[in-house]
Write a protein that binds this ligand. Structure first.
Ligand SMILES: O=C([S-])c1cc(C(=O)S)c[n+]([C@@H]2O[C@H](COP(=O)(O)O)[C@@H](O)[C@H]2O)c1
Ligand code: NI
Length: 428
């Protein structure tokens, strides 16, 4: 499985992410051409260069706003960010901005965009659907956090004047790069947020900034001795949206690494490291629900739906539950990456109100499919090997059934006759 690992030992910001993904090998021209699809390339310039941080060469990514008085970094203290003032103005002038029809506001570059404007910009572009979805998901995460922190509606919060364009470039740029790399799975290390205080448009704020902290709910975070903001709200939104798991180095065969430079120099390399690798075994889980109040006609249909979604195995176990009620345990084995889809089927199709999840290790035999001609016609076999030795040869039930029907003989006789051929397949 193609796995992308984000090593956030110096935190994460929007520009560090794009820089790291470029460093990993996403072609610069590909990114720039795709960003043009947003139709706002007259508002910014992109600078991509190489930089060295504590002896590590990485990529530096900068969005330069065309208007000179607008500049933005993920720096602390010395940089001012204006979004608080903008919140106030915007709320005052447009109390119903979340109602798109009362949105008689003319946008031009001087005004920050709100979530509605940004979603419209993304939706109106020719970017592919996957990029659009990823980018919109990330923006929504930022907007939800901002709204929560400031007690406002998500369509009311404003992506601050200075940050709007570079947040758009960073977030959409990240989505373009991720879509290009197309990993099966994204994992992140625990996130170093930094500590201390940062001066932004709200004034002085504790690090992690309230929006960052809000976004990183359920994510393992820490801070080392560096007293500065290492993870920004944009970086937090990127990693929260992309990573399906947060943990220390997973076991993976390393293929490539990329380094995205932060803007400051610190005792530890101020870089975001991304690692592309192959994970050997597919991680699986068991999802279970126990039910005592469902129409039995639903079970067969449910099983079909679960297999259609990619379940590896589904079985039902009769049990006696509390109050001596007969019930059924539905057990589904599935790759962890399909967890959400399987849960969706279980919640949609059954009466359960809860699902248990167990992470499991599943050892799979190497399998090959073969065919053999028999007196009852051609039958398919599954030849299973463990450490290159054949341990099982299994005729395909559907073929055996058809042969039995054709010959008008009991199934067990066909199995018996076929077993003569099976020996030939052992130890090949
Ligand atoms: O605009 C946003 S999302 C924002 C919210 C907050 C809050 O905690 S509320 C803080 N800040 C600070 O602005 C800069 C830039 O952040 P980016 O994510 O736009 O790079 C940073 O110092 C944040 O802490 C921004
Ligand atoms: Ni804010």
């Amino acid at each position: 499985m193609k796995t992308l690992y984000f090593d956030c030992f110096s935190g994460i910001s929007g520009d560090m992410t794009v820089a790291a993904l470029l460093d990993l090998g996403v072609p610069q021209d590909y990114l720039i051409e795709n960003l043009k699809k947003l139709g706002i390339s007259d508002e910014y310039e992109i600078r991509i260069s190489k930089a060295v941080k504590n002896g590590i060469e990485g990529t530096d990514f900068d969005v330069i706003l065309k208007e000179e008085h607008h500049h933005h970094h993920d720096e602390q203290i010395e940089h001012e960010h204006e979004h608080d003032h903008v919140h106030e103005d915007y709320t005052h002038v447009h109390p119903h901005v979340h109602d798109e029809h009362s949105h008689g506001y003319e946008h031009h570059h001087h005004h920050g965009r709100n979530l509605f404007d940004i979603e419209a910009l993304i939706d109106g572009s020719t970017l592919n659907d996957n990029v659009k979805k990823l980018a919109k998901d990330m923006f929504r995460v930022v907007a939800e956090a901002e709204a929560k922190v400031h007690g406002k509606d998500i369509y009311e919060v404003h992506f601050h004047e200075v940050g709007a364009v570079d947040s758009i470039v960073d977030i959409v740029g990240t989505a373009i790069c991720i879509d290009y790399i197309n990993p099966d799975k994204i994992v992140s290390s625990p996130v170093n947020t930094g500590r201390g205080f940062v001066k932004c448009q709200h004034g002085i704020m504790p690090v992690p900034a309230p929006a960052t902290l809000n976004i990183l709910k359920d994510v393992p975070i820490y801070a080392d001795e560096r007293e500065m903001e290492l993870t920004t709200p944009t970086g937090a939104a990127v990693i929260k949206t992309l990573a399906s798991e947060f943990r220390k180095f997973p076991e993976l065969k390393v293929k490539k690494a990329g380094y995205g430079c932060g803007k400051r120099n610190t005792e530890k390399p101020n870089v975001l490291r991304v690692i592309l690798g192959e994970t050997d075994s597919q991680e699986n889980c068991i999802l279970e629900a126990t039910i005592d109040d469902m129409n039995p006609q639903i079970y067969g249909y449910l099983m079909d739906k679960l297999f259609e979604e990619g379940a590896k195995d589904v079985y039902f176990t009769p049990v006696y539950m509390k109050k001596n009620r007969p019930g059924i345990v539905i057990t589904v084995t599935a790759p962890v990456i399909l967890e959400d889809r399987i849960k969706e089927v279980l919640f949609r199709e059954t009466t359960t109100i809860g699902i248990r999840k167990l992470n499991i290790e599943r050892t799979e035999l190497q399998r090959e499919f073969k065919k053999v001609g028999t007196e009852f016609g051609e039958i398919s076999f599954k030849v299973s090997k463990y450490k290159d030795r054949v341990v099982n040869v299994t005729p395909e039930y559907e073929d055996v059934k058809k042969a039995a029907e054709r010959a008008n003989l009991p199934l067990k006789e066909i199995y018996g006759a076929i077993s003569r051929h099976i020996g030939e397949f052992y130890n090949r």
